[in-house]
Design a protein around this ligand. Structure first.
Ligand SMILES: Cc1ncc(COP(=O)(O)O)c(C=O)c1O
Length: 370
C-alpha cells in the first residue's frame, strides 16, 4: 500500500453535505433505502446484549446469517462498520498510487472519492440514460487492459436503480479473469431484488469483492454494520489492516444487525407494501411534470429523472431545502449534471408532501406541470 497525503485529502463532498443538511428537514426524499423502523416493530429485545467481549471475527450469529443468505463460506466474510468501511479497506489493500481503476458514471461519489484517495488513475465507464443506465460491455472491453487494476460498480446502480443481470455480470467476470483485474461490486441495494436476483459478484470470480450492509434494505444505517464477501486471503488482510483503525467493530451493533436479519421476511413484506403504495405515486408525479423525464425502476426505492429545465440541479436542491425543508440528492453527487435522485422508501404522506414541494420549487425555477 502506498501512503496517501492524509493532511491534504479531498473531502467526501456528498457525505459532508448530508451531514450538514440531513437533520434539519421535514420531508426526506434523499434517503435511498427503507426509512428506519423501530426494534419493537420487529419484536427485538436486547436484555442479553453482550457489552464486554470483543468479537474480532465478527458476531458469530451475524456471520452465520450472511453465510446463509448469500451462500458464502464463513471464512469469506469480513464484518465491517458499514459498506463504506468495507469499500475503504478493499481500496486500501488493492489500489496503489497511479493504478488504473475503471468506475461507472453516474457514480455514488463517495466510491469515486475513496478510489481517488488511494491515488488511482480513474477511467469512467459511462452508463447512459438512453441505454437505461446499463453497463456497456463493448465499451468496458475496449477500456480494460493489462494496466487496469480494478473495476468498480454498483448493483443495483446508485443513482438510477438499474439492475445488472447475470449474463452481464458473468461477462464482466470473464473480462476480469482474462486481465487479472479486481472487481469491487457494491451491492448495498441488491437485497431489494426479491425474485431472480443476479448472483453476488464475488461468487463469479476469485477477483470479485461484494460489499453490502444493513443500511438500505433494513433501514438500519445508524447501526453502522456492513460486510465484504471475497476470498479468504483478502478477508485476512483486511482484518489486519483494520487493526490500525477499529480493531473490531461494535459487537452490540452486530448483534442487533443479526437479530434484524433474522426477520428478513418481515422486511420483504414491508418493502413490498411500500413499493405498492409509493412507486405509482412517484411514477405518476414524474409523468405529470413537463420539466422531468425518466422511469421509476422496478427494484429499490430510488429513481433518477432527467431535468429538462436549464438550471443546475444544486440550485433546485438548495431552494427546496431552504424554503420547503425538503431534501433530494442533486446530480453533482453522482458526478453528472441535469438529474435529481428521489428516494421514496418512507412514509406515504411525507412523500406526497415532498413531491408537492418539489413541484413548487421546479415551478419557481421556470418549470411547470403538463
Ligand atoms: C452505493 C452505496 N454504497 C455505500 C453506501 C454507504 O452505505 P453504508 O451505510 O453501508 O456505509 C451507500 C449509501 O448511500 C451507497 O449508496
Amino acid at each position: 500500500m502506498q501512503g496517501c497525503d492524509v493532511m491534504n485529502f479531498q473531502t467526501v463532498d456528498y457525505i459532508d453535505w448530508f451531514r450538514i443538511n440531513w437533520h434539519d428537514i421535514d420531508y426526506d426524499l434523499a434517503t435511498s433505502g427503507l426509512h428506519p423502523v423501530s426494534l419493537s416493530d420487529v419484536n427485538i429485545h436486547l436484555d442479553d446484549l453482550n457489552l464486554g467481549k470483543t468479537l474480532f471475527f465478527g458476531h458469530p450469529k451475524l456471520v452465520e446469517m450472511i453465510s446463509e443468505i448469500y451462500g458464502v463460506e464463513e471464512n469469506e466474510i469480513l464484518i465491517t462498520s458499514g459498506s463504506t468501511h468495507a469499500n475503504y479497506l478493499m481500496c486500501a489493500l488493492l489500489i496503489e498510487q497511479g493504478d488504473e481503476v475503471i468506475i461507472e458514471r453516474p457514480v455514488y461519489t463517495p466510491l469515486l472519492d475513496v478510489v481517488k484517495f488511494f491515488g488511482a488513475k480513474v477511467k469512467y465507464l459511462e452508463r447512459k440514460y438512453e441505454e437505461g443506465y446499463n453497463l456497456n460491455l463493448e465499451q468496458l472491453k475496449e477500456m480494460t487492459g493489462k494496466d487496469t487494476r480494478m473495476m468498480v460498480f454498483t448493483n443495483l446502480h446508485n443513482p438510477s436503480g438499474a439492475m445488472t443481470n447475470e449474463k452481464t455480470l458473468k461477462a464482466i467476470s470473464e473480462i476480469a479473469d482474462d486481465n487479472n483485474i479486481y472487481v469491487l461490486s457494491d451491492e448495498v441495494y441488491r437485497d431489494f431484488i426479491f425474485e431472480n436476483a443476479p448472483p453476488i459478484f464475488s461468487s463469479l470470480t476469485q477477483l470479485g469483492i461484494s460489499t453490502c450492509s444493513v443500511s438500505k434494505f433494513y433501514g438500519a444505517g445508524a447501526l453502522r454494520v456492513g460486510w465484504a464477501m471475497c476470498r479468504e486471503e483478502l478477508v485476512d488482510k483486511a482484518r489486519k489492516l483494520n487493526d490500525y483503525i477499529l480493531a473490531a467493530n461494535s459487537c452490540g451493533g452486530e448483534e442487533i444487525a443479526a437479530l434484524i436479519m433474522e426477520n428478513r421476511s418481515w422486511f420483504v413484506e414491508k418493502i413490498m407494501n411500500i413499493t405498492k403504495r409509493n412507486r405509482p405515486l412517484v411514477k405518476s408525479w414524474i409523468e405529470k411534470r413537463e420539466d422531468l423525464e425518466g422511469i421509476v425502476p422496478r427494484h429499490g426505492f430510488i429513481c433518477f429523472p432527467r431535468l429538462l429545465l436549464d438550471i443546475d440541479s444544486m440550485e433546485l436542491t438548495e431552494l427546496l431545502l431552504k424554503k420547503y425543508r425538503t431534501m433530494i440528492s442533486p446530480a453533482r453527487f453522482f458526478d453528472c449534471e441535469k438529474h435529481i435522485r428521489i428516494g421514496y422508501g418512507g412514509d406515504e404522506m411525507i412523500l406526497e408532501k415532498g413531491l408537492e414541494y418539489l413541484g413548487f420549487a421546479l415551478d419557481e425555477l421556470g418549470g411547470s406541470e403538463k
